[in-house]
Design a protein around this ligand. Sequence first.
Ligand SMILES: [Fe+2]
Length: 343
Amino acid sequence: MKLEQLCEVFEDLRFPTLGTQVHPERDAVLRARSIVGTAVVDDEFLADCLSWELRLLEDNRLRRGLVPFFTIPGLGVRFAFGYWPPGGTPGPHEHTAWTITAVCRNELEVLTYNRVESYRRRELVPKNLFHASAGTVGFIYEPCIHEPRNTSCDWSLSLHISSPLDGEQLCDYEEPLPALVTPGLSTAEYDHPYTSVMVARQRQRSVHQLALILASMDVPQAPELLSRCYRLASPVTRNWIDQMSPRPFEGNATEAPWILARTHMGLVLRPRPHGDMVALEVETPNGPLDEIIISNEACAAIALIARESIFDVCALPGHLSKEEQSAIAQVLEETGLFMRVLP
Ligand SMILES: [Fe+2]
């Protein structure tokens, strides 16, 4: 199945058009849920969705919550992936319109809350706890408060399909529940150059998970998608792809010069003595932070890194071996301070 075919299902089931304050019939959501159940165990469908997700990751935006990789034109139905590290949870939150959620890889635990009682008592009142393994598809029709959590030791991936009306404030209760209010980033934080570092780290984590999934898929699109992962990946993920790959991927630049550029040209970096070592300090919205602390032998290299916004790794000074230069470059990429410049 293709994503396009699933989109046609929502059209055929006559889901309300975007801009109308109308909810679909419960039966329509149930039928859509059943077809999502077929789609989510089909790797062709998942690969199609991952292609859109990679486009989103290539866009370099900070993700807060679920960010749609695709929205059905005319209907506004949104598709997003959720990445859940071990122990990961978005915390308790409310859905105010229909949603369909599928576990694509690994598992999740979902705690639901009694919404009426929670609003009445002004505190969250637990209701049910569900375990959802890969392939499980749940849905919400009535407004609901829940809290998914990955209680396993591996990462989980989930697919979230939601109404354009989900998230709109309902008027059945005047005051929001304090437990559901989550502070976002301030404008100053969003605009700060260090936010690009956070975006780079997020992207590296997501791309690593996508690479693991794609490597295990036996579908025609997988090699091309894995090659797109390669171009976005951290050195650790690139090495992993290199080792498991039966042939070099497009974008594999192991023979090309290793050029690094700052993730954001406005990043402020400083070398700083740290005992008998040297630190690379970066300016963050909350003040300076030591991102790297390294032997004093790398003192000249750290000075160059703090000074130059783009440099060739093999030009790092201080009589460093090729392996030492590579190790520093790898750490710089993994921190998200620098990115490899593609040939
Ligand atoms: Fe949710």
